[in-house]
Design a protein. Sequence first.
Length: 232
Amino acid sequence: MHDFILSLACLLATLLIYFLNKRLYRRWRRLLLMPLVMTPLVLVALLLLTHISWQNYIGESHWLLWLLGPATLAFAVPVYENMAIIRRHWLSLSAGVFTATLVAVCSSVWLARWLTLPEAIQRSLAVRSITTPFALAAAKQLGGQPDLVALFVVITGVFGMAVGDLLFIRLAVKQGLAKGAGFGAASHGAGTARAYEIGQEEGVVASLVMMLSGVVTVIIAPLIGRIMWTIV
């Protein structure tokens, strides 16, 4: 009974902290105040200070993880409502998804090998650039560790969202289609949220690229495993 009450308190604390963080971010739009950045930091600090175990924390909060799936699928709604954009740019979007998937997987694994990181980390890093539900599904086929996969996905999303605008300025990228595709392919859900802040077209393209990249990665995950860890 004590564990149930503690887990329920953790769930309520998570929701409260997130709600307050969102209000704070609406008033002061700073990188460190983003809910995806500050809320986890506050929660980690809270667990460390109170010596609450991960098992107690996740006990009644596990359904928040389950909501990642429906939240990801919800991005399909604006995609459906803007099919004209997709029909007009289907070839460039298809090429972008293929290129983004190839570059993300190869660069992550090869960099990890160059740094002589353990194979478990290499396999977990291979799917860091797709959103969490797809990443966890692909990681099962690759032999990645779910906890590491989730961590790498969050870090990738936050980093991509934070530096995306600066990179677009440096590279003189001005077209909304290109910005949306870049955010969706490189920083999945976090980047897609940022793309919608820029504009509707950017958000729609980011949503589509994010979902297609995830689907493609899950489908070819067995092939990735054979090529990257059997042939090489």
